[in-house]
Design a protein around this ligand. Structure first.
Ligand code: ATP
Ligand code: MG
Ligand code: FE
Length: 335
């Protein structure tokens, strides 16, 4: 079964053709990152406009690269939530038009479910149930993936998402957007023990995260040094901050795996591209005899292939939308 996956929840206009939820036939991503970098972050109004300009070309290219015509496609899957509402609406409305004109079923896909499904494209042996750490620009969850379309959130962030904390800390260090990527690079030459940063816990919620205190601690360090006319070494700051975020993420996911008896753990979302997180979890899972799955770097960020993959499983579960489908800025993964 061929699914066309469409993604427009943030600043990537993306389309892909995926076979049976597992095989990528094409994966086209038009990123707007260079334009948003001018403003230090995603400008929603610009994102919507660029999606509207790019979507036709991106879908056409995805079909062409896959060697398929629209008539060969068995379903159109689209990200409908969560994300920037104006950005999501472009993809949703385009998918509706496509599905209607080609007389194909329309499948609504939750963005975080699709981040998790990126793993299915690279790891044929991965099947639910497993535990997944979803860490992205807007979300940080520990999710029990009970089945392809059944999820339970075990832990979540109480404030900033991990990616958001990376981006804000990076900005305070004078690094370009998207900060997580540049902070990861800067940290490579730094000492992770150079600065002592808090390891915040959420009272009574052992699997929940809190990153805003960590971000504020870094901002305060920089500010206080600045008042004394000093500048702090960015590589050391970046390495210390990264180590603190990775510790918070990896400690909790390992604790949850043990408490809930999971022998399989997966990583998902943009932050799963972080080299320190990948190394730390690989080592910790290795020591505990837990199998760890991570998306390849090319599938960590937003893309259409992951939507095609999850769309296949949503279709099998009978999840279809009619042409009243709407977009939602926020919507829980387990609803
Ligand atoms: P969401 O998926 O929550 O809706 P999003 O789609 O904007 O948000 P993603 O595309 O999944 O987010 O991920 C982008 C985030 O990942 C950004 O915050 C970015 O800084 C972060 N990120 C990307 N690469 C790295 C890296 N190597 N290290 C740390 N963070 C990274
Ligand atoms: Mg993006
Ligand atoms: Fe995302």
């Amino acid at each position: 079964m061929l699914v066309l996956g469409l993604e427009s929840s943030c600043d990537e206009t993306a389309a892909a053709v995926v076979e049976d939820g597992r095989k990528v036939l094409s994966n086209v991503v038009a990123s707007q990152v260079d334009e948003h970098r001018l403003y230090g972050g995603v400008v929603p109004e610009i994102a919507s406009r660029r999606h509207a300009e790019n979507v036709v070309g991106v879908v056409r290219e995805a079909l062409e690269q896959a060697g398929t015509a629209l008539s060969d496609i068995d379903a159109v899957a689209v990200t409908y939530a969560p994300g920037l509402i104006g950005a999501l609406l472009v993809g949703v409305n385009f998918a509706k038009g496509l599905a209607f004109s080609a007389d194909k079923p329309l499948v609504p896909v939750h963005h975080l479910r699709s981040h998790i499904a990126a793993n299915y494209l690279a790891h044929p042996e991965l099947k639910p149930p497993f535990l997944c750490l979803v860490a992205s620009g807007g979300h940080s969850h520990i999710v029990a993936v009970e089945d392809y379309t059944r999820f339970q959130v075990i832990g979540r962030t109480r404030d900033d998402a991990a990616g958001e904390a990376f981006d804000k800390a990076a900005r305070s260090m004078g690094l370009p957007y998207p900060g997580g990527v540049y902070l990861n690079k800067a940290a490579q030459g730094g000492d992770p023990h150079a600065f002592k940063l808090p390891n915040p816990k959420v009272e009574g919620a052992p699997y929940d995260f809190s990153f805003s205190g960590l971000k504020t601690a870094v901002i305060n360090l920089i500010h206080n040094a600045g008042q004394k006319g000093e500048t702090l070494p960015v590589p050391d700051l970046a390495a210390s901050f990264q180590a603190a975020v990775v510790r918070a993420l990896s400690d909790r996911v390992m604790m949850a795996a043990e408490a809930f008896g999971y022998k399989t753990v997966a990583l998902a979302g943009g932050v799963s591209a972080n080299s320190c997180l990948r190394e730390t979890l690989s080592q910790q899972c290795g020591e505990k005899g837990i199998r760890l799955f991570m998306p390849p770097l090319s599938l960590c960020g937003d893309n259409g292939a992951m939507v095609g993959a999850q769309g296949f499983y949503e279709f099998l579960a009978g999840n279809r939308a009619d042409f009243t489908l709407n977009a939602y800025a926020s919507r829980p993964i387990d609803q």
